[in-house]
Write a protein that binds this ligand. Structure first.
Ligand code: R7I
Ligand code: MG
Ligand code: MG
Ligand code: MG
Length: 347
């Protein structure tokens, strides 16, 4: 059904935006159980129809996601130099969006070298080992939407788009894992329950192929993301207890490294398919985002990635309109999703 797909494109990009905007105020915090009550009230308050407040601003996650969508919309064949220019132009137009500390050097080098070799600046990061930050993963959702029924191209474009800023194998494969998760969610019927076991085993199968073909001589963790996904599955089966969240953070991570955040985002999405103690809402997308925020750390990015997966599964109808209305430029993201939907060959 084409209407369902159109709604899923919107849901995905809006879920991504909401996670970023609503998670950003908590980025870098360690969350105590008292903070959970504050976070519950923060979301409740925004759902009140009479509540007026300044927009929750989006950060680098959305700024770069918008460039990814524009790159796919504007060029019939992927033009990665164009994408590099979009990133750089966007950064110098609005540098104060909370970008990663090191990626800024890539933007400066790209600009100064006039894009002669768009992959060289990223290759030079961290003495040649490349960034393992989650900046590739946080912005990847448009690629999953655009290539939703062309898996091999999706992977290749996702990889080459990531490599402009992140050349480390953890940064790249983390972005691929997030991309595959969004693509899988896109193909699930929004009116049926998710089969969690099947979702995980499909992800595992695909990331295994990718890791088997990755050169990971430097770190020698050739099954890193496969092992991460197995931990996600194990943690999903655990009964709630007071130490569970500490275990989740310890095992899956909540940091700015892709390895410490992409598995966590997938976990949040799957966990939020049923009720979670101390998170009071019937809305699955809100539950996903709010849960990601309560895990602390890189809240904007983990909520953004989890929100993108949830929105791709459930579509725009499942987005809480009151919450969305507090997110900066949500109407622009709706147009962007529609243009991406058209560019992908739909009408
Ligand atoms: O990955 P990146 O775009 O940052 C994204 C994060 C998200 O949380 C955003 O919301 C924003 O807050 O930043 O930017 P990078 O600068 O490439 O990576 C982010 C950080 O990860 C770096 O500044 C480093 O602190 C760390 N990092 C590394 N540290 C040591 N060695 C990334 N790669 C390495 C490494 O190889
Ligand atoms: Mg950010
Ligand atoms: Mg290998
Ligand atoms: Mg972040």
């Amino acid at each position: 059904d084409p209407n369902i797909m159109k709604s899923k494109f919107r849901g995905c990009l809006l879920g991504s935006l909401m996670g970023d905007c609503l998670g950003a105020p908590y980025e870098g915090n360690e969350i105590s159980s008292g903070d959970k009550i504050i976070i519950q009230r923060y979301f409740d308050k925004m759902e009140e129809p009479e509540f007026k407040g300044p927009f929750k601003k989006y950060t680098d996650d959305t700024a770069m996601m918008k460039s990814m969508a524009k790159f796919l919309i504007d060029k019939p064949e992927p033009d990665f130099t164009y994408l590099a220019k979009l990133f750089v132009t966007e950064y110098f137009k609005e540098p104060r969006r909370g970008y990663g500390q090191s990626v800024v050097a890539v933007f400066e080098k790209l600009r100064n070298s006039k894009y002669t070799n768009i992959y060289q600046p990223a290759n030079e990061q961290f003495d040649g080992s490349g960034s393992y930050g989650n900046g590739g993963a946080m912005r990847i959702a448009p690629v999953a939407l655009y290539y939703s029924s062309d898996y091999n191209n999706m992977i290749n474009v996702a990889r080459d788009a990531t490599r402009i800023t992140h050349s480390n194998i953890f940064g790249i494969n983390g972005a691929l894992l997030q991309c595959i998760a969004v693509q899988q969610a896109l193909h699930i019927n929004p009116s049926s329950k998710i089969n969690i076991k099947e979702f995980c085993s499909c992800l595992l199968e695909k990331i295994k192929l990718i890791e088997d073909n990755s050169d990971d001589s430097e770190f020698n963790m050739p099954e890193a993301y496969q092992e991460k996904l197995k931990k996600v599955e194990l943690l999903l089966e655990k009964e709630y207890n007071d130490d569970l969240e500490d275990e989740i953070i310890y095992t899956l991570g909540n940091g700015i490294g892709a390895y410490d955040s992409v598995g966590t985002a997938i976990f949040c999405f799957l966990k939020a398919q049923s009720c979670i103690p101390k998170i009071e809402t019937d809305n699955i997308i809100r539950r996903t985002i709010q849960y990601a925020v309560t895990l602390g750390g890189d809240t904007d990015t983990i909520a953004c990635m989890a929100g993108a997966i949830a929105g791709a599964y459930l579509g725009e109808e499942a987005i809480n309109k009151a919450l969305l209305s507090h997110c900066e430029k949500y109407d622009e993201i709706i147009s962007l999703a529609d243009n991406l939907y058209q560019a992908a060959g739909n009408t």
